[in-house]
Design a binder for this molecule. Structure first.
Ligand code: ARG
Length: 705
């Protein structure tokens, strides 16, 4: 026996299931037998006593869970961090445990009030003393972990618990001698599992299945080669004995009714410090500021959910409720994440929602210098479509050329400070790039948040009469907007796929161009080929557009057309030579509407106008999009998504596609400005043109007058 190893236990004199604070207790109120509990506890006590020294803390009436001494606190050498119970039902135990530790001469650390931490139930030392595994998610707060690291001077690895049956770390996780680990992986989130796998080599990880897990096999007391537990399958016993452990089973069923077993009933109070392993917690925390219609819009809920779902935790430091319906609310929230990588991910998502990280404290965003052309510093802030501002000299500077998936470069020019979005490939050695997420804010209109999600996608084809009416309504709005933009000299950009031509929409699009509704056209090789095929040969991919039937040999038409244009030299040349006399691209040339055709791997030909250098094509697109007020995306997933990525928020986008997935993907930009219409694009265009006609008809004018 190792007399130097000591455990603290508490006899179950007053033990019972009196309340429900975990799923095991449900249905078990007053269902446990105190006699049987006493007998089971005595058996455990004797087994441990044969192998170590046992100290006892006197049981107390009214705190039935005090038998679970694992929750008294967390001990390392002569220091103890006392528990702060999450549930009021157990808070009554705190003074008794505190008194015991003080009597024994421990240096006692107490966490701030309202910061739950449940001792060795949620914090387990690596048996080699290299670090502390600390659980969070149900009982202990992630924010308690930095205190553990500081007071105990040890590296803390935070693990997030996901299954409420395993609400304490020690219910599903048990570090063993010689670096082995007994645990139930599904109790943890993916990130925590990765962390475990990084720290514990595969040959040292002993995973249990659900049957063993619900028998509390992981809630074991390990003394050197001995493992004491409620129950284990033969298979698990075998695996443990294969690596040199001896399993002793002792039934603890009465305690299972309260959600505890062997380990919970003990607290190892001699945990030696193994020198050389001092380190701090990777846990980080930041304060963010949120402002807007936080409650009405559900923004606050979304932000808090995002933090928790992303593996962090939060504390609301401050909440000022807007007094009137129209006044906004604001909140300060402390976000804590188990490490830097998780923090960065959380913060960028929160910034997308309009949160600002530590606004007051940052005078200048941290910058790093580009050392290789086209490559950003590792930690660079990835931009979004939302208007963004950054801190320079303690002031907010708006970022130019906003687009998503770029980096922000800050420079000092004679005209003053300039911050601008740059694509990775455009970065040059010496550029100063913003890294991290502090002192960055995205400027969102409060209404933007409020309306989000309230813009439905408009179904047409598949669904009932009412949605036909809805498409009509949305077409009316778009027509109205197009008319307004045209009359005010606005800019409308159209991206279109070949389906526009196949579905008979070509003539309508051509008309929109002819009548001045379109200021730029973006597409690929295919739309131009099919438009010209239709103009010259009357077919689209070999299908007669008037009769809707395939023409013999028609599949060659499009290549003939490509060849014809190649002979002319360009689409413009074909128009000038009188070869091309109608269609979408004919109108573009006639009305000086610039277009850009981006090439792809599947293009036939291509047409001389198709830009096969994709970087150049992206640049042309970006140039044509600049200053757009509205973008009409007509059945081209590829080009529409590309355009979506280049376009800052605030530009109205209308995405029309028969495939709801495409529409959803684009509406996911999360801006109200985008409207999705699920319908046949040919039909949509014909409705749109009709509607525009109606706007000008004398009948309509008479009606308006
Ligand atoms: N009924 C107790 C609770 O829910 C059981 C505690 C078990 N202790 C443990 N370390 N897992 O708090």
């Amino acid at each position: 026996m190792s007399a130097s190893i000591r455990f603290l236990m508490c006899a179950p004199e007053f033990y019972d299931v009196d309340y429900v604070i975990n799923p095991w207790m449900e249905g078990n109120i007053h269902k446990s037998s105190r006699d049987r509990a006493m007998e089971q506890w005595q058996n455990l006590f004797h087994i441990i006593k044969e192998n170590a020294t046992v100290d006892l803390v006197p049981p107390q009436r009214g705190v039935p869970d005090m038998v679970f001494t694992a929750n008294a606190g967390l001990v390392l050498e002569d220091r103890v961090v006392l528990s702060r119970f999450y549930h009021k039902e157990r808070q009554g135990e705190e003074p008794f445990f505190k008194a015991w530790f003080e009597e024994q001469g421990y240096q006692v650390f107490e966490l701030p009030k309202e910061l739950p931490f449940e001792g060795a139930g949620d914090a387990l030392l690596d048996r080699e003393g290299r670090w502390l595994w600390a659980g969070y998610g149900f009982r202990s707060e992630l924010d308690s972990h930095p205190y553990l690291a500081k007071w105990l001077d040890i590296e803390v690895l935070s693990l997030r618990l996901m299954d409420e049956r395993f609400y304490h770390l020690d219910t599903c996780f048990c570090p063993l001698a010689n670096g082995y680990l007994l645990y139930y992986p599904p109790a943890f989130d993916a990130y925590s599992n990765r962390l475990i796998e990084m720290r514990v080599p595969a040959n040292k990880r002993i995973t249990v299945d659900e049957t063993d897990a619900v028998n509390f096999a992981c809630n074991a007391v390990n003394i050197n080669q001995l493992i004491i537990m409620n129950k284990a399958s033969d298979e698990l016993k075998q695996r443990l004995s294969d690596v040199g452990f001896q399993v002793v089973e002792t039934p603890l069923t009465e305690f299972l009714k309260a959600g505890g077993a062997a380990k919970c009933l003990t607290l190892r109070v001699t945990e030696p410090i193994i020198p050389l392993h001092h380190a701090a917690a990777a846990v980080e925390s930041r304060v963010i500021h949120l402002e807007g219609h936080l409650l009405d819009s559900g923004l606050i809920n979304r932000a808090l959910d995002l933090i928790v779902e992303g593996g962090g935790s939060f504390q609301v430091l401050n909440f000022r409720l807007g007094e009137q319906r129209q006044s906004t609310s604001s909140a300060e929230i402390r976000v804590t994440a188990p490490d830097h990588a998780v923090m960065e991910t959380l913060m960028s998502q929160l910034i997308d929602m309009g949160a600002v990280a530590q606004p007051q404290e940052v005078c200048d965003n941290p910058l790093e210098t580009v050392t290789k052309d086209g490559v950003a510093p590792d930690d660079f802030y990835v931009t979004t479509i939302y208007p963004t501002e950054v801190r320079v000299n303690c002031e907010w500077v708006p970022v130019q050329n906003q687009r998503m998936d770029g980096a922000i470069v800050v420079s000092h020019t004679p005209e003053g400070v300039r911050a601008e979005c740059k694509l990775l490939r455009d970065l040059k050695v010496g550029d100063r790039v913003i890294v991290g997420v502090e002192g960055i804010r995205t400027v969102r209109k409060p209404e933007v948040r409020e309306q989000r999600g309230s813009q439905p996608e408009f179904g047409f084809m598949g669904s009932g009469v009412s949605s036909e009416r809805r498409v009509e309504l949305i077409v009316e709005q778009i027509a109205w907007e197009l008319r307004k933009l045209r009359d005010q000299g606005g800019k409308v950009v159209v991206t279109a796929g070949p389906v526009v031509i196949h579905t008979g929409g070509g003539e309508h699009l051509a008309r929109l161009i002819r009548e001045g509704y379109v200021q730029a056209l973006l597409g690929g090789n295919a739309i131009a080929v099919h438009d010209i095929e239709q103009a010259i040969m009357g077919t689209s991919l070999g299908v007669d557009m008037k009769r809707g039937v395939s023409v013999r040999g028609g599949h060659r038409h499009h290549l003939k057309v490509i060849n014809t244009i190649r002979r002319c030299g360009s689409i413009r040349a074909a128009v000038e030579q009188g070869v091309l006399k109608s269609g979408v691209f004919y109108e573009c040339i006639q009305h000086n509407v610039p277009f850009s055709l981006a090439g792809s791997i599947r293009d036939d030909g291509p047409l001389p106008d198709t830009q096969m250098d994709l970087i150049k094509a992206q640049e042309e697109y970006a140039r044509l999009i600049r200053g757009a007020d509205m973008i009409l995306m007509l059945s081209s997933m590829l080009h529409s998504i590309g355009v979506g990525n280049m376009t800052p928020a605030g530009v109205k986008m209308v995405c029309v596609d028969i495939n709801p997935a495409v529409v959803t993907k684009l509406s996911d930009r999360g801006s109200v400005e985008s409207v999705g219409v699920v319908t046949d694009v040919g039909l949509f265009l014909s409705l749109l043109v009709q509607q525009l006609d109606r706007l000008t008809s004398p009948y309509r004018e008479a009606q308006l007058a």
